[in-house]
Design a protein around this ligand. Structure first.
Ligand SMILES: *Cc1c(COP(=O)(O)O)cnc(C)c1O
Length: 349
């Protein structure tokens, strides 16, 4: 790419710091599915491993084989992939299948596996009655997943915790229930191993309260054009925004094809030279327009960097503006940005 539209900087020291913080609360694995939530599994996972993280969760079998190449000695569990027919792949790459249903259990009789019990998510996992009827078997881990961990007052949390606390001891295995938010529900949900993902990447596991995690990413894009409005005009597709003489606008090189969600306008803002610049008009495929009237005339020039995620406009705030969740903002970040990683315990990494 000659002139990538934007740059995405990922602070691996912050990822590691976040993991250490969580690991101090509850012994923690690292969830690195979906390319470590879009931030680069090949950078994130080795940094976590160097920090002492031993167990990793991925979603698919392809992610598992890719991770094995990066981490020869880590424990890698595959959350949502078929087992039947793929046993040779699990064995060759020493991946732990997560056994979600009776068919998985039949397909994988040995103990190098994770048993997943569904305690209320109704997505994957063995029904509680089937789990209770299962003969005592050894597993590497027995797990369940919370449906509402980000809503501390939701009654399903306690119901799931109780059911899991009743079922997990029937198996000869350490137990794992909490995702990132689950860790913050309190010691009762932490069991032997937590499975944080989002909090490692700086998203807020305690929505509505101050974010206890360090920010990890900074996304910036170039200003392409600046204009001073001299007559009433409309901005962008659908002419949805009207501007008046005296307003100043800057067009920035990032759009929905770059993962900058179309629903973020109106509501989101960029930041230019430390000042807030609200989005105006619709998000285009490759660009957005921001209102820079609040900045001194002449202070914004083509080539300047606008901060799209970073500082006050973190991924959670941008997600709020777009009516979605920070997870979707991160995993939507496209392939066009120039990505760079700093820190992570390896000089020059
Ligand atoms: C994605 C996932 C996690 C991690 O969840 P976060 O909310 O990102 O911490 C943990 N467990 C399972 C089963 C998952 O699918």
């Amino acid at each position: 790419m000659l002139a990538p539209p934007g740059r995405l900087r990922i602070d691996l020291d912050a990822v590691v710091g976040n993991w250490r913080k969580l690991n101090a609360l509850a012994p923690s694995a690292g969830v690195v599915k979906a390319d470590a939530y879009g931030l680069g599994m090949d950078r994130v996972a080795p940094a976590l491993r160097r920090a002492g993280c031993r167990t990793f969760f991925v979603a698919g079998l392809d992610e598992g084989t890719a991770l094995r190449a990066l981490l020869p000695d880590a424990e890698i569990a595959v959350l949502s992939a078929p087992v039947e027919g793929f046993q040779p792949v699990y064995r060759e790459y020493r991946l732990l299948p997560v056994l979600n249903h009776a068919g998985d259990l039949a397909a994988w009789p040995d103990e190098d596996a994770v048993l997943h019990i569904d305690t209320g998510m109704t997505r994957l996992g063995l029904d509680p009655s089937d789990a209770a009827a299962l003969e005592r078997r050894r597993f590497r881990l027995v797990m369940s997943h919370l449906a509402c961990a980000d809503e501390p007052d939701h009654k399903l949390n306690e119901a799931q915790r109780r059911l899991f606390a009743e079922l997990a001891p029937r198996f000869d295995a350490p137990a794992s229930l909490a995702n990132s938010s689950g860790i913050f529900l309190g010691p009762g949900c932490r069991f032997d191993l937590a499975r944080p993902g989002m909090a490692l990447y700086g998203l807020n596991p305690t929505p509505g309260e101050a974010n206890p995690m360090q920010p990890v990413i900074r996304l910036e894009a170039r200003v392409l054009q600046v204009r001073e409005v001299d007559r009433p005009l409309t901005v962008g597709y659908g002419a949805t925004a009207e501007v008046r003489p005296g307003q100043r606008l800057a067009t920035v090189a990032a759009g929905y094809a770059d993962g900058y969600l179309r629903a973020a306008s109106p509501g989101a803002a960029a930041s230019l030279h430390g000042r807030r610049a609200p989005l105006i008009g619709r998000v285009s495929m490759d660009s957005i327009v921001v209102d820079v009237s609040g900045l001194p005339p002449g202070s914004v020039k083509p080539g300047d960097w606008a901060v799209l995620i970073g500082g006050d406009m973190d991924a959670d705030t941008l997600a709020d503006a777009a009516g979605t969740i920070g997870y979707e903002v991160l995993t939507s970040l496209g392939a066009r940005y120039a990505r760079s990683w700093t820190g992570g315990g390896e000089p020059g990494a």
